[in-house]
Design a binder for this molecule. Structure first.
Ligand code: ADP
Ligand code: MG
Length: 391
């Protein structure tokens, strides 16, 4: 059981607070720092201007009922008294799991009434832009307000992670939920995943005539299975061999020792994490000292490390990255957990269309499904959109 570092208060009269309203939370794109989060390392994501909206209306009983405009339109219901990871399955676990997680973190749910949750989203699903964290964070901010829990944004991020880890069963780190909670317009979120201290880092993209181009390769990734779990296992193996709890306790200077203690595959996996962690720190420094035009090489080095050492890229992703770079991108890399999903490229604004077109042609020539290209802007994190909404 996870304990929050502040004890949530329980409202004297839950019904009084249970008005209905609209809350929303963004998806995120990770600029750099992949698979560093669960190793206690550094990440630099940003919340994007694609959001999941959660409209909540109160019920008189103790049922939580969820619907979504995505999928088959079926409603899923669960009684508050039955909240448990085993009692939820499929997409509704992202919503119900948060309600359960808040209870685990100390919220007193004994007197509260239920809600209807209606989800609507323009975050692409399963594209590596964290539609999952967008749901979790929208629900977490909603329930924090409705149940008057008084939890901080970081505590709500933890509730989302607990839901994803335990109710959904995806062993992800804290990055996605932190970005979705803490994002700000035109800023990235620089997060140390051990201390959970976050800083907003200005991106200055607009004034440098730069854009962030996302290309969804349309290759579906599956976090909860196979590759992601095996990469985590390799990281744990490397940490154990070096006598540390988390790889973030090591640095690139430990690589020679590591190479004597582990097999080649484990070595390459850990080398990715240690060099990637260094690249995040370097990116923040370069952004501050020289500005965004100067981070291209770091983005490309990150991609090469994911492709060759961590081996989480796919041919479609490499083609998108190579084509973007050949067409004038400043930098490009896989973003998200890997095994498909999206590319993020830093590009000059006038290159958005030519690069998108070049990638579409390259995919067609290779016989791949048509990719989807769009730009994103750094946007605000999770918040309440309205005190009362009119239907
Ligand atoms: P990502 O977070 O990169 O989009 P995940 O596999 O972590 O990919 O999460 C995708 C899953 O989240 C979907 O398979 C679905 O279960 C759920 N999901 C995301 N957005 C929605 C939505 N708007 N409505 C219902 N379920 C959703
Ligand atoms: Mg996700």
């Amino acid at each position: 059981m996870t304990t929050a570092d502040s004890t949530p208060s329980h409202p004297a009269d839950a019904r009084e607070l249970a008005g209905w309203g609209v809350w929303s939370a963004p998806g995120r794109v990770n600029l750099i720092g992949e698979h560093t989060d669960y190793n206690g390392g550094l990440v630099l994501p940003l919340a994007i201007d694609r959001r999941t909206t959660c409209t909540v209306s109160p019920r008189a009983d103790r049922i939580l009922r969820v619907t979504s405009t995505a999928g088959d339109g079926q409603a899923v219901e669960l009684a508050i008294d039955d909240l448990a990871p085993d009692a939820m399955a499929g997409w509704s676990a992202y919503v119900l799991g948060v309600a359960w997680a808040l209870g685990e973190m100390g919220a007193n749910l004994s007197g509260v009434t239920g809600f209807d949750f209606e989800l609507d989203s323009d975050v692409p699903i399963g594209a590596g832009l964290s539609s999952s964290a967008a749901i979790e964070c929208a629900v977490a901010v909603a329930l924090n307000d409705l149940w008057n829990l008084g939890l901080s944004p970081m505590e709500l991020a933890r509730a989302g992670r607990l839901a994803e880890n335990s109710a959904v069963g995806a062993p992800t780190g804290i990055m996605d939920q932190s970005a979705s909670m803490l994002g700000e317009a035109d800023h990235a979120v620089f997060l140390d995943c051990t201390t959970e201290v976050a800083q907003s880092v200005p991106l200055h993209l607009e004034e440098n005539n730069l854009a962030l181009l996302i290309v969804d390769t349309r290759v579906e990734h599956a976090h909860a299975t196979g590759g992601y779990a095996s990469r985590r296992a390799s990281c744990e193996k490397g940490a154990e061999a070096m006598g540390v709890k988390l790889l973030s306790e090591l640095s690139v200077h430990d690589l020679p020792t590591l190479s004597e203690r582990v097999d080649d595959e484990t070595y390459r996996r850990v080398r990715h994490v240690l060099t990637e962690n260094q690249r995040v720190a370097d990116t923040v420094e370069v952004l501050r000292d020289k500005g965004p035009l100067a981070i291209g090489e770091l983005l490309c080095a990150s991609h090469a490390s994911m492709r060759d050492d961590f081996e989480i890229s796919v041919p479609e992703m490499d083609l998108a990255v190579d084509t973007a770079m050949a067409t004038g991108a400043v930098g490009a890399r896989l973003t998200g957990g890997g095994f498909g999903g999206s590319m993020v490229a830093l590009v000059h604004q006038e290159d958005v269309d030519p690069i998108s077109a070049a990638i579409a042609s390259a995919f067609a020539a290779a016989g791949y499904a048509a990719p989807q290209a769009f730009t994103v802007h750094a946007a605000a994190g999770a918040h309440r959109d309205s005190v009362t909404a009119s239907k």
